[in-house]
Ligand binder design. Structure first.
Ligand code: GTP
Ligand code: SPV
Ligand code: MN
Length: 596
């Protein structure tokens, strides 16, 4: 039965049903009974595997097709009437042409299948910062993931009422044919269409497609920001909590930083860390003029490999109940899951992510093709499982942001941490961010690419306008603007080993950042911004000497000359649409480096 009388929704569903011809239509109310029935059905068809219910209650395993294991950026389109509105960093297609192509692909594809209609909210239901969406899909895997990742059910429709302000999401898995795969956003129509995939970010349409691509466009039009950022609260021994929002590209440490456990000496002093979000932040200027953030999601879609009790205890704990594992290794001996980096006990009786028997004797860490779990295998876990979930998680107003942090994987260039001179300089730093690519997207891994604000694959409009929007937000925020920083946990030595210990020890850097926001810590002004004095990063209990720390805080002239030249190339893409303030920032950087 339909969960709404909203005509714009009912008409849209009728129209789509007419196109794809499902055998039946089921509305998802998110109830326990309904979820249980869908899980049972998915196990019957082999779409999911029920795991050991004593060790992992309500947890399931799913394997995608081997051709469908990551986001597909080259098949992702922003379809605006004018090509220039999609900008130089997006793939563009005329909306009418793309609608036709997609409808031709999806036509009749639900025959013999069920159409599931998922009403969901991004953000706490009823929050003035939240937005509603409907996803229709023919995949139970999608339904069950959406029920973890978003707030699903009739309450969303009740709040929406007759309004037409909701995002249309239409998914058809078709034959999961790579050649006909498309992930398309139509920001001018509040519409997303995804065909021929059944994997994560391609098909959980509330996540990257809505909460970043469509929402970034909405934020531009409406004066707010949708960002690829975690949100974390740092509580000091006096019980005060300061919030940081941080943008790192995919698989560069957002989930880890959002859930970090401080080193023992800081825990003993009373420091605590609270997770608000691990991937996406929606931010608006509040009544007091500060920037407030909510996490629009309700769960975590985290990278499994490398997650273990030591690296991310809280993420691992979050996966122990009601979770879905995608493309990890299935341990047959105890019907649980495993992935590289979970522990050192290579399973001897196991099925790999492709569904084939896994031979641990052939495992070679350096060769990803021998891995039991896919490098981009994931867990979908309810946020409420997270032991360090913030009490503000469901706040309808969001949390005030003190600092914005950018970062990426840079083996050689960026120092461990530095602060921008001001907001404009911070926007420059964000706009020139670069990182070595990871397995989160299809394509080569380990190649340095510019990824402004970690939004390259997710900005739903012309990136030059997006930079302009950032500059405008800074003007509106004035002296209440968060301070902007850049971090790099990934500097390596000559043997390729990470120099900085990372993970929980990143708290040492966050403390410096917060001290800077409060005017409590010193810094050295350099060619690129404010760098900490090595003595001001606390190395208590750490097996890292201060000279090594100095080596990853240093600004090397030759490296930065090369960097500036690469930024010149990067900026050329934006032509005369690049805000002149950013051009001036680059000129200043070049002048500063020349003086080194
Ligand atoms: P998406 O979900 O794709 O957006 O990724 P994410 O940014 O949330 O990345 P995540 O926290 O899942 O980390 C991805 C990988 O980076 C994992 O393999 C982690 O082990 C590794 N990683 C995270 N933090 C650190 C760190 O501080 N140092 C090092 N060396 N590796 C890290
Ligand atoms: C990312 O790639 O940044 C993710 C995973 O968070 S996905 O949802 O697949 O986009
Ligand atoms: Mn992400």
């Amino acid at each position: 039965m339909a969960l709404t009388t909203n005509k714009s929704i009912l008409d849209w569903i009728d129209e789509k049903a007419e196109l794809v011809k499902p055998d039946k239509i089921i509305w998802i109310d998110g109830s326990k009974e309904q979820i249980e029935a869908l899980r049972a059905e998915a196990c019957e068809t082999g779409e999911m595997i029920k795991l050991n219910q004593e060790l992992l209650p309500d947890c399931y395993l799913h394997r995608t097709k081997p051709n469908d294991v990551a986001r597909v950026e080259d098949r992702t389109f922003i379809c605006t009437r004018k090509e220039e509105d999609a900008g130089p960093t997006n793939h563009w297609c005329d909306p009418q042409e793309m609608y036709k192509r997609l409808y031709d692909i999806a036509r009749d594809s639900y025959k013999g299948r069920t159409m599931y209609v998922i009403p969901y909210s991004m953000g706490p239901i009823g929050s003035p910062l939240a937005k509603a969406g409907i996803e229709i899909t023919d995949s139970i895997y999608v339904v069950l993931n959406m029920c973890i990742m978003t707030r699903v059910g009739k309450a969303v429709m009740d709040v929406l009422g007759d309004s037409n302000d909701w995002v249309r999401g239409f998914h058809a898995k078709c034959d999961v044919d790579k050649e006909k795969r498309y992930i398309c956003q139509f920001p001018e129509d509040n519409t997303i269409i995804s065909v021929n995939s059944a994997y994560g970010g391609n098909v959980l349409l509330g996540k990257k497609c809505f909460a970043l691509r469509i929402a970034s466009y909405q934020g531009w039009k409406e004066g707010w920001m949708a960002e690829h950022m975690l949100i974390v609260g740092i509580e000091n021994p006096q019980g005060e909590v300061k919030y940081i929002a941080a943008a790192f590209p995919s698989a560069c440490g957002k989930t880890n930083l959002a859930m970090l456990i401080p080193p023992k000496y800081l825990r003993d002093k009373g420091y605590k860390v609270w997770t608000v979000g691990d991937d996406i932040a929606w931010m608006r200027i509040g009544e007091d003029g500060r920037l407030y953030a909510i996490n629009p999601e309700n769960g975590f879609f985290g990278v499994a490999p490398g997650t273990n009790e030591k690296s991310n205890f809280n993420a691992l704990a979050s996966t122990k109940k009601g979770a879905i594992f995608t493309n990890v290794c299935h341990k047959l001996d105890d019907n649980t899951v495993w992935w590289e980096g979970l522990n050192k006990d290579l399973p001897t009786d196991a099925i790999d992510w492709k569904g084939e028997r896994w031979d641990p004797s052939k495992f070679n860490k350096a060769d990803k093709s021998t891995c039991a779990a896919h490098p981009n295998s994931r867990f979908t876990a309810p946020a409420e499982n997270c032991p360090c979930l913030s009490s503000e998680f469901n706040s309808t107003t969001g949390v005030p942001i003190s600092a914005i942090v950018f970062g990426g994987r840079r083996a050689k260039c960026a120092p461990l941490v530095y602060q921008s001179r001001d907001w404009e300089n911070g926007v420059f730093i964000g706009s020139t961010m670069a990182s070595e690519t990871t397995a989160a997207a299809a394509g080569a891994v380990g190649v340095v690419r510019r990824d402004p604000m970690a939004m390259l694959p997710f900005c739903g409009y012309n990136m030059s306008y997006y930079f302009r929007h950032w500059l405008e937000m800074g003007k509106r925020l004035g002296d209440k603007a968060p301070k902007i920083f850049n971090v790099n946990w990934f500097r390596t030595d000559d043997e390729g080993n990470f120099i900085w210990p990372g993970f929980g020890d990143n708290m040492r850097v966050l403390n410096w950042i917060i001290d800077r926001c409060e005017g409590k810590a010193d810094a050295v002004e350099t060619a690129i911004g404010y760098v900490p004095k090595a003595e001001d990063i606390d190395l208590t209990d750490l097996d890292l000497d201060i000279d090594t720390l100095r080596s990853i805080l240093k600004i090397d002239k030759a490296t930065w000359e090369k960097e500036a030249a690469e930024i010149e190339e990067h900026y050329k893409k934006f032509g005369d649409k690049l805000p002149e303030e950013l051009r001036a920032q680059l000129d200043k950087l070049e002048a500063n480096i020349a003086k080194l």
